[in-house]
Design a protein around this ligand. Structure first.
Ligand code: NDP
Length: 283
């Protein structure tokens, strides 16, 4: 064995609730598949220790790290710069060591965009998106930067819906409007892409979105962010209506693919990563 094999390149994740985060399995599956001597270390980091964790990553020459709840905003002042979409969103979920500087990126929305682009290019398309939380914000910004014609944010609370619509209108070229979700929602006929970016369906494959299912038409591409279980009621209903569907695993896997590319420069094989997640989420 060559001596260089005794030191692995390190990346990882800083979050609370790290024990429930499957990303490590997916990323390490990619490292194994491609024979890379890299390790992904899933670390439990409380908010008051985040600065020390980042300092530690610098000291140990980590090549980057993911950030999950509750660190996506708090990490920003600890980094050396931000990518375009992370700067617009004001949230970072992936730090990348570029020549010794940690640059904050956001792969949440980019992962979604990549899985969507395997089916349809959002440029010039009308989007209806349910939700206005962290996932919706990331997806909305990336769809806008990718040239979406319009974005309708459908959200239960105005408190989260309004700031997202304002952000999209002020910082991107995609006109956005808010539809308050206070009754059964019928998808407008003009919608090309319909996205569930709420947490409805998480842990319950039968939880319905309060929509008029008959308003989904075969011309629409319908995507869900939920990964557990990936076969959501929303996607099953959309499939029955003849829509093309995209599950949340695609978003998660592509986030991994993008992260691995940022850190290592390698185009990882998504199939190896999907297998590792399907094993985990097979109930
Ligand atoms: P947030 O808590 O930030 O936002 C949750 C959103 O869901 C809000 O818009 C909320 O509306 C809405 N919502 C929740 N329950 C209901 C309900 N019963 N009826 C109507 N609206 C509801 O969560 P995140 O945005 O961080 O995450 C959302 C989901 O995305 C999670 O399930 C997460 O697992 C998934 N996710 C998947 C990823 C992937 O790679 N596939 C990546 C990141 C997230 P309101 O504002 O009114 O409360």
């Amino acid at each position: 064995m060559a001596s260089r094999d005794f030191r692995s390149e390190l990346v990882g994740s800083f979050s609370e609730g790290s024990n429930g985060n499957p990303t490590v399995a997916m990323i390490e599956a990619a490292f194994r598949h491609h024979g890379l001597n890299w390790r992904y270390v899933n670390c439990e980091v409380p908010p008051e220790m985040l600065a020390d964790a980042v300092k530690g990553a610098r000291a140990m020459g980590w090549r980057g790290f993911n950030l999950s709840i509750p660190h996506k905003v708090a990490v920003i002042p600890l980094l050396d710069g931000l990518g375009e979409s992370a700067a617009i969103m004001g949230a970072v979920n992936c730090a990348v060591n570029r020549d010794g500087r940690f640059i904050g990126e956001n792969t949440d929305g980019k992962g979604f965009l990549k899985s969507l682009q395997e089916v349809v290019d959002p440029q010039g398309r009308s989007i209806v998106m349910f939700g206005a939380g962290g996932a919706a914000r990331a997806i909305g910004v990336e769809l806008a930067l990718a040239g979406a014609r319009s974005i309708t944010v459908v959200n239960r609370s105005a408190a989260r819906g309004e700031p997202l619509v304002k952000l999209l209108n002020e910082k991107t070229n995609a006109p956005a409007t808010l539809a308050l979700w206070d009754k059964t929602y019928a998808i407008p006929k003009a919608a090309d892409i319909v996205v569930n970016a709420t947490s409805i369906g998480l842990g319950n494959g039968n939880a319905p979105l309060d929509i008029d299912v008959s308003s989904l038409t075969p011309a629409m591409v319908v995507a869900d962010v939920i990964v557990d279980p990936p076969d959501t009621r929303f996607l099953r209903d959309a499939k029955a209506q003849g829509c093309t569907t995209i599950d949340g695993l695609g978003m998660l896997i592509n986030q991994g693919v993008i992260g691995v590319k940022y850190w290592t420069g390698l185009d990882a094989d998504p199939a190896a990563m999907r297998r590792s997640l399907e094993d985990i989420f097979a109930h």
